[in-house]
Design a protein around this ligand. Sequence first.
Ligand code: C5P
Length: 220
Amino acid sequence: AGEGPLAGRHAVVTSGPTHEPIDPVRYIANRSSGRQGSAIAAALVRRGARVTFVTGPAEAPRPNGAEVIEVETAAEMRDAVLGTLPAEIAIFAAAVADWHVRTPSASKVKKAADGAPPVFELGENPDILRTVAGLAAGRPGLVIGFAAETDDVLANATAKRLRKGCDWLVANDVAPASGIMGGTENAVTLITEAGAETWPRMSKEATAEALVDRIAEALA
Ligand code: C5P
């Protein structure tokens, strides 16, 4: 068992993108690197928490000292998260795909003789954050979501905190010019019931440290 302000606490962290298969060689994905989630998991471990790190296919290093569960799709991520509860802390840093291909092809989709591109029907993915935040029994005491926004960050993120039912929402600007998605730095606004506070732009590691310090304070 760890030592530190979060000793004896179980935290689950989702991270990275999900991959939603189209056929055996193709998938739908996004630009998430998994760096922010990995840094948060590592910071939680350093403060003594028992950490379950549920990650999609991401390039970021796996956090030392965490139990790592590797998944591919949103549905697998949901099952892994629900399977690892109970937890006192749940942090949803993953960039979960919103849709999956309803019926992935069992064999590689071939080009049609007439050149007509294939049409894929998409289905909605489970919203893991909203599911966990809305659990009637076994809801973690502190549920934290992320909001990757490209505009009206504060307004959208404030509404998102309420819609998702989470306690805190960490909003970040992922407009391409910010270089944040897939990059090494983050600039976040933390939204709680008490209001919003904007933190200076800093490394994803420093952002993780600041967030986990706040978590330790809140649970003290
Ligand atoms: O709705 P949106 O994708 O902007 O919400 C972002 C937040 O919700 C993130 O914390 C993300 O990890 C979480 N989420 C989730 N499952 C989804 C979609 C988003 O857990 N299917």
